[in-house]
Design a protein around this ligand. Structure first.
Ligand SMILES: [Zn+2]
Ligand SMILES: [Zn+2]
Ligand SMILES: [Zn+2]
Length: 332
């Protein structure tokens, strides 16, 4: 019998429909084809990207030359532009404003063939600290209300370049998905005076059914009502609303947890394409007891189709308990 499950944060219902016949082993996505050809993110091609914003250069080489280990550049085809005023205005009943924002690319490694999951722990930690540094820098620009850090890995996840990279977009408004979480977390806090994510962590660690990785400092779980098969959330065990408020010494544990989670997903699902997104509290707000930053990892195994688009329901053929078991059993 299919099951309807409600996400306690957003109140979004999902349909867990195992009848649709997919078993974890059926997700094998098949061989990946590398497109090859010219890559603007490879060392030697620094002049093919806009000038770098910041880079980690272990040998103190000059900006926009080789010798970097992580490089942050403006997106050459930005969704939003950094210059200008918002100029919010109305057109009859319609609201609009100028497309002001920042759109940056974090080139995670000089090695064209390396994947995030395979980099050294120190390197993964440096990438996560780079996210933090960029958020702290962009926070000074009060036009920006939110920064979404995300990664599209593979064509199925929307990546146009195969060289491992992540991106961030700073926006002058708080995105709707985030607002839904903020609203749900606020409702829960009003009722219980507790953070809903802390409550979820407590319950999940107690039951263990949906836990993928459990460390003292970070935990990876399959949520109770996941939209997608093998959707995985990674959270700090200690309550903190802003990602960038995490002290630098806590990024090692985060790197360990992220790497192990990605490796388990890669091993269990034959190296799937995936997205991850970082959900954190709005940039210009003070620390909150209501909201808890987290990373959502979504392997691209299904397509969003008409029913999902039309209803906001998601049909997920893999129960999270089975996904969690499968990820825990994955050979590393
Ligand atoms: Zn490359
Ligand atoms: Zn919390
Ligand atoms: Zn979220």
């Amino acid at each position: 019998m299919p099951e309807l499950r409600k996400d306690p944060i957003t109140n979004r219902w999902v349909i867990i429909s195992t009848e649709r016949g997919k078993r974890p082993g059926d997700w094998l996505v098949g061989p990946k084809v590398r497109s090859g050809g010219f890559c603007p993110f490879c060392p030697g091609n620094e002049d093919k990207t806009p000038p770098e914003i910041v880079a980690l250069r272990p040998n103190s080489s000059a900006p926009n030359t080789t010798g970097w280990s992580i490089r942050v550049v403006p997106n050459k085809f930005p969704a939003l532009q950094i210059e200008g005023d918002l100029n919010p205005r109305g057109e009859g009943l319609y609201d609009l404003m100028n497309g002001v924002g920042a759109h940056e690319v974090i080139i995670e490694t000089p090695n064209h063939l390396a994947e995030l999951a395979d980099l050294s722990l120190d390197h993964v930690q440096d990438i996560l600290l780079t996210y933090r540094a960029r958020i702290l820098d962009l926070k000074n620009d009060t036009r920006f209300k939110y920064i979404l850090v995300f990664k599209n890995r593979g064509t199925a996840a929307g990546a146009s370049l195969e060289h491992s990279h992540s991106q961030l977009i700073a926006t002058p408004i708080i995105p709707k998905r985030v607002q839904e979480e903020l609203f749900g977390a606020h409702q829960h806090f009003e009722l219980k005076e507790r953070c809903i994510y802390c409550d979820i962590l407590r319950q999940e660690l107690h039951s263990g059914k949906r836990v993928v990785v459990a460390r003292a400092d970070y935990v990876a779980i399959e949520p109770f009502a996941p939209r997608f098969p093998f959707e995985t959330w990674l959270l700090p065990t200690r309550h903190v609303s802003h990602f960038e408020a995490t002290e630098p010494e806590l990024y090692h544990g985060l790197a360990v947890t992220l790497q192990e989670t990605l490796q388990r997903i890669s091993s269990a699902l034959d190296d799937p394409h995936y997205n991850f997104i970082l959900h954190t509290f709005p940039l210009q707000e003070p620390a909150s007891l209501e909201y808890h930053w987290h990373l959502e990892i979504i392997p691209k195994l299904t397509r969003v189709a008409g029913f999902e688009w039309g209803s906001g329901f998601y049909i997920n053929p893999t129960p999270p308990e089975i996904a969690a078991q499968h990820l825990r059993d994955a050979r590393l």
